[in-house]
Ligand binder design. Structure first.
Ligand code: NAD
Length: 498
């Protein structure tokens, strides 16, 4: 390895992880498959290890372990289960440097970005550790001598299927709530980023959570299909692209499972001329370019209402100052990189103005990586493919419009509906956007409007299928079932009331 690589904070930790295993019943075990796929480090394209494309038998083993662990885990009660969450939080915090470097290594993001995702995941652990005080059920005398109450009960074995772009945080969106409320689980991480999930398994073991409560099956779509079909899995949560979210939603429902699937996004962000000149441009660029644009909350389309040229000039300056390799990470794989570049080429051919062009950039010593610098495209037609499709890269398309109504119409025409932000000092404009944007998460002078617990995370339209949101109070609802008890004590048999 050459010198530059050795100095890089992420790539200097590069090692060969060899054949990656599954985590079942508290042990690393080989998958029963002959099919493997390389896991590549996006920073340099080199192979980190081979992930198994596990079989139905592997899914079965993990589900069986979770099923066996369920009665004991349920029985110890929520107060005891919450104690494990305190342990888990401390263990992960103590190893934050290692964990974030590993997540960055397999995903291509920077260490600060990886730390950020882990800390956000830990907020869900913290939320779950408070659940014993939060989910006390109500009780009411509904008629004379008759009492009704309800409690939130675990579901049994639950599966969670996760994408590549937040390999630590998205498993941490679901596992704290699933485990604390008393279910056991099987996690199917992205085959592109399996290492962070296995690290989580180590932390879970260290926290003292009993064997079999948490299991991991690595693999691709065959594993997902087996999970959807498995008769012992009661509920499935999924986070990933809209195309797959639809497949999982439909297949799981066909097998009569409770299912919630979060899909892709194309988030619109309005900028008005009165937006704060000092802070807004940097915030808009951070939203579009953070994690190299590979975020379902990234603002990928800016709707400029009126003359915002001064703000755009600052955005251009800001984007140009981002240093690839340390200030911004890489794209997950070559195929995605080529797809993103093809959208920029299309926009160029259509006569759009490329204000900042990230194509052809690379990082010295890491030329094998999948690099693309920040890109800003101006004068975009709202009907162009790059204005409508999820690009999932560091590309900000600017659409010029004259009125807030035009901006809302463009946002409402999108199939997606994850996030929608506005940058302005005008309260009426902010309210108009909040009231009319067809999206589940709204930001006012916030470029990445992620709701924090207990507020739930989830979009609208093609960005989510299912009734609940995934985290916060709504996640608790999704991952539990209500038991309703109606009680009357008469006491006549024993005659002690007479
Ligand atoms: P993806 O849909 O390709 O993969 C997600 C999961 O589905 C992975 O575990 C993968 O193995 C599995 N999978 C892939 N193809 C499948 C198929 N045909 N059948 C069954 N399972 C399949 O998504 P990705 O590329 O890993 O992640 C990026 C996408 O996830 C983007 O669209 C992004 O917007 C979305 N995302 C959404 C949210 C959200 O909260 N809405 C959060 C993060 C990412």
């Amino acid at each position: 390895m050459i010198k530059e690589l050795e100095r890089h904070p992420v790539v200097s930790t590069f090692k060969d992880f060899g054949t990656i295993k599954n985590w079942v019943d508290g042990k690393l075990i080989d998958a029963e498959t002959s099919e493997f796929q390389d896991v590549n480090c996006p920073y340099n394209g080199e192979v980190l290890g081979q992930v198994p494309l596990s079989s139905t038998t592997d899914v079965d083993k993990a589900v069986q372990a979770a099923k066996n662990a369920y009665p004991g885990w349920k029985k110890i009660g929520i107060k005891s289960r919450a104690q494990f969450m305190f342990n888990l939080k401390k263990i992960i915090e103590d190893d934050l440097e290692n964990f974030s470097t590993l997540a960055a290594l397999e995903n291509g993001k920077t260490i600060p970005e990886a730390k950020g995702e882990i800390l956000r995941g830990l907020e869900v652990v913290e939320f779950a550790s408070a659940l014993p005080n939060k989910i006390t059920g109500p009780k009411l005398e509904t008629s004379a001598g008759v009492e009704s109450s309800f409690t939130r009960e675990p579901l049994g074995v639950v599966a969670s299927i996760t994408p590549f772009n937040f390999p630590a945080m998205i498993p941490l969106w679901t596992l704290p709530t699933i485990l604390t409320t008393g279910s056991t689980m099987v996690l199917k991480p992205s085959e592109q980023t399996p290492l962070s999930a296995l690290k989580l398994a180590e932390y879970i073991e260290q926290s003292g959570i009993p064997k079999g409560v948490f299991n991991i099956v690595n693999g691709g779509k065959e594993v997902v299909q087996s999970i959807c079909e498995h008769s012992d899995i009661k509920a499935i949560s999924f986070v990933g692209s809209t195309a797959v979210a639809k497949i999982v939603y439909q297949t799981a429902a066909q097998y009569t499972k409770r299912v919630l699937t979060l899909g892709g996004a194309k988030n619109h962000l309005v900028v008005l001329p009165d937006a704060d000149l000092e802070t807004s441009p940097a915030n808009v660029i951070a939203s579009a370019m953070g994690c190299a644009g590979q975020r379902c909350m990234a603002a990928s389309t800016m709707l400029s209402v009126g003359d915002t040229d001064k703000l755009i000039d600052r955005m251009v300056e800001n984007a140009k100052s981002i240093k690839l390799g340390t200030g911004m990470g890489a794209i997950i794989n070559k195929q995605n990189l080529d797809r993103i570049v093809s959208y920029i080429e299309m926009a160029e051919k259509d006569g759009c103005k490329i204000l900042v062009d990230g194509r052809g950039q690379t990082v010295e010593g890491m030329e094998g990586g999948y690099w693309l610098g920040p890109t800003i495209i101006d004068g975009v037609d709202p009907d162009a493919p790059y204005a409508k499709d999820e690009i999932f890269g560091p590309v900000l398309c600017i659409i010029r419009s004259n009125t807030m109504q035009e901006a809302v119409d463009i946002e409402n025409a999108s199939n997606y509906g994850n996030a929608a932000s506005i940058f302005t000092n005008n309260g009426a404009a902010a309210k108009f956007w909040t009231d009319n944007a067809s999206a589940g998460m709204i930001g006012i002078n916030i470029g990445v409007p992620v709701p924090r617990d207990p507020f739930p995370f989830g979009g609208w339209n093609d960005s989510k299928f299912g009734a609940n949101d995934l985290t916060g109070d709504s996640g608790v609802e999704f991952f539990t079932q209500n038991k309703k008890v109606t009680t009357r004590w008469v006491g006549t048999q024993q005659g002690f009331l007479e």
